[in-house]
Design a protein around this ligand. Structure first.
Ligand code: EPU
Length: 330
């Protein structure tokens, strides 16, 4: 129940905490266990490939609190254990803008700051002001400003140099009171119902509809959203590929490099809708791997490897999982 892939995996111990004090007390009293602590959120970006020989930590820190406000914007402090989309729904209902494009992303608020979740032209980093954490080794509190989080596409210090070292306890978002819709991504504009006044709520519902048509519902079919990241290639590599595949979609980045949708490449390799044992490539979005029923983490990993090899053979591009692979392989 703690991973949306619906993979069977048993941890030695599962610990949920309801306050920062409780977390700190736990850290101070569990020195011998610290090597094997693993903090999860909603489990929507995890693939367990074995049982977990250690302690899984989960935050039940709740609350949405305004800590600063003026006529233009509001700073909102949100508990890491809040469900992300419930926060988005609340923000939209209060007239706080900036997260509406991130509607219906599964998972919890703490993970949004670790993963820098993103969709439809917006990333969590665009609205995160600072992140409150607790050091999992010393129990001391530490605040990371947005800059200190070193955000980039699906990356942060919490996934990089400080991986596994901090528990995010609260995330402070700076949201605007002025609605500035972001509509440049893909076909969003054309999906907004005609003759409708564009409000954040209309935009939220449009995005929910797009996601529902493309992405499988984990309650029905286990999955972790996009399994792979979209790779970034040099302009030269892009140009050579574009000559061969003039219909290849792409996003030009400010750096001069080019991002290519992995889902498109996986589809070109013929994987869309195909299965390997109990794991499959989703038939409406090839970036998503699904549990077809009773899959093990290793079944999914085998499919992941087969897809990676195909993409590399055809396009000469390495794609890497976005999903965190947890456990040991023997
Ligand atoms: N495409 C195909 N075939 C496919 C899938 C995609 O040809 O099977 C093409 C589409 O036609 C489009 C392009 O690839 O031209 C991009 O597709 P899409 O808009 O569906 O987005 P994506 O790049 O596949 C990313 C995020 C999603 C996010 C969407 C919308 C990553 C790893 N994934 O997917 O995030 O919802 O953009 O912003 O960046 C997630 O992280 O779990 C996730 C779902």
């Amino acid at each position: 129940a703690h991973n949306t892939f619906g993979i069977e995996s048993v941890a030695k111990r599962f610990v949920e905490y309801f306050s920062e004090e409780e977390l700190i007390k736990f850290i101070e009293s569990n020195i011998q266990e610290k090597q094997n602590l693993f903090h999860i959120g909603g489990g929507s970006n995890l693939l367990f490939v074995s049982d977990y020989d250690g302690t899984i930590l989960h935050s039940a820190l709740k609350g949405i609190e305004v800590i600063d406000e003026d006529e233009q914007a509001v700073s909102v402090r949100v508990g890491a254990g809040e469900v992300w989309d419930e926060f988005v729904a609340y923000a939209v209902s209060r007239g706080w803008y900036g997260v509406e494009n991130l509607s219906y992303i599964p998972g919890e608020v703490g993970a949004s700051a670790v993963q820098n979740i993103g969709a439809y032209g917006v990333e969590a980093k665009d609205v995160i002001q600072y992140v409150e954490t607790v050091d999992l080794y010393s129990g001391s509190k530490r605040v990371f400003t947005n800059a200190q989080c070193k955000y980039s596409y699906r990356k942060s210090v919490f996934k990089g140099e400080f991986k596994g070292m901090y528990a995010v306890t609260y995330v402070v978002f700076r949201l605007s009171k002025i609605f500035n819709p972001v509509l440049e991504y893909g076909n969003i504009r054309s999906c907004i119902p005609a003759n409708t006044e564009l409000t954040a709520s209309v935009l939220r519902n449009t995005i929910i509809d797009i996601r529902k048509t493309k992405l499988p519902d984990p309650a029905i079919q286990g999955n972790a959203g996009s399994f792979f990241m979209n790779p970034v290639v040099t302009q030269a590599k892009f140009e050579s590929l574009h000559k061969l595949y003039p219909n290849m979609p792409y996003y030009q980045l400010d750096s001069g490099d080019v991002k290519i949708p992995a889902g498109w490449m996986i589809e070109q390799c013929g994987w869309k809708g195909r299965r390997l044992i109990r794991a499959g490539v989703h038939d409406r979005q090839a970036l998503v791997l699904v549990n077809l029923g009773g899959a093990s983490g290793l079944d999914i990993l085998r499919l992941c490897d087969a897809v990676r090899v195909s993409v590399n053979d055809k396009f000469g591009i390495e794609i890497t999982p976005e999903v965190n692979i947890v456990g040991h392989l023997n």
